[in-house]
Design a protein around this ligand. Sequence first.
Ligand code: ASP
Length: 350
Amino acid sequence: MTDLSRRGFFQSAAAAAASGVLGQSIARAANGRTAAAPVVVSSGNGLRATEKAADMIRDGADTLDAVIAGVNIVEEDPDDMSVGYGGLPNEEGVVELDSCVMHGPTSRAGSVASIRNIKTPSRVAKVVMERTDHVMLVGEGALRFARAHGFKETNLLTDKARKVWLRWKERHSDRDDWIGAEDADDTQSNARFERFPCYGTINCCAVNETGELSGVTTTSGLAFKIPGRVGDSPIIGAGLFVDNEVGAAGSTGRGEAVIKICGAHAVIEEMRNGKPPTDACLAALRRIVRTTTEKRLIDKNGRPNFDVKFYAVGKDGSFGAAAIWSKASFAVYSDGRNRLEPCAHLYERP
Ligand code: ASP
C-alpha cells in the first residue's frame, strides 16, 4: 500500500470507527450470524438502493431481490443520467443498457448487454438467470426475450439526456456539419471542446445475517459510445462477482480497464486469500495501474488518467471500497445505519 492509499484507507477506517461501525461490521457472532447484518454496499449514487435493500432483507426478502429492488429506484430515476431511464445515449442518440446479477446461495448468474427500451435491465438479467439455460443475452435478442416476458417498452432517451447528447454532437468536433445554436456566428466556437460526464453506474451488493450474498450492477455505460460497445457492468467477473463462501464485489468507472483484469473476480480472489475488502479493492486497482500501458490513458506522472472504483462486502459483514483517485464516496448500510463513506484511494486528486 502506498502512503497515499494508506492514508485513504485509514481515513475511511477512522470514519467508520468514529461512527462505531468497524468493530461490529467485521464481527461474526458465536451463533455464526453476521452481527452487523444486513450489510449493503453500493456506489456513491446508491444511498436509496442500500436503504431499500436493507429494509427488504430485514423483512426477510432474498438478498438478490433486495439489491435489485434497490437499484430499480435509480434505474427508473430520470435524473440519474448514468443508469436506466434517462441514461446518456450512444453516439447515435440511442440509450443502450447493460446489467448483470449474481445470486450467492445458488451460485447462479444472469446478464443482458446493449439492451434498448427497457427501464430495468437488472430485472431482465434476473429473468435470464431464472428462465433460460444461458447466462447472457445481448442486443435485439435480449429485447425480444424481455418482450416475451412482458417487460414494457419505453423510449429511454429523456429530453434532458437528448440535449446533453446534442451538445456533445455539436461540440466534439470542428470537422463536421453539426453547429450549436450559440456557435452559429462564431468562427472559433467549433474549436472549443467541452468535457462531458462519460461514466456512471450503480453496483449494489449485500449480505444477510446468515451470510447469504448477492449483487447487481446496472448502467447505461460509457456515454456516446460506439453502438454495441459493452463495458464491464454486464460481465460476470468484471463488473460483478459473488462467491457465497467469500463475498460480493462490483465496480464502476472505466469498464475497459476492469474487463482486462477481471476486476470483481480479482477482488474476491484477494479476499479469499485473506485480505479485508478495502485492501482487496486496492490490490485490484494496483493491477489496473500495472496493466494500463496505453500512452493516451496515462498522465505525465505515469498514472491512469481515468478512475475505477471497487466495492466489496465479505461473508462476515466486513465491507470496503476503493478508487484510483481520491474524493470518491460509497454508500453503505450496516448496524442499522445508512450513510456515505469515503473510498480508500491510490492517488490524491490534484
Ligand atoms: N463501468 C461502466 C462501463 O464502463 C461505466 C461506469 O461505471 O461509469 O460501462
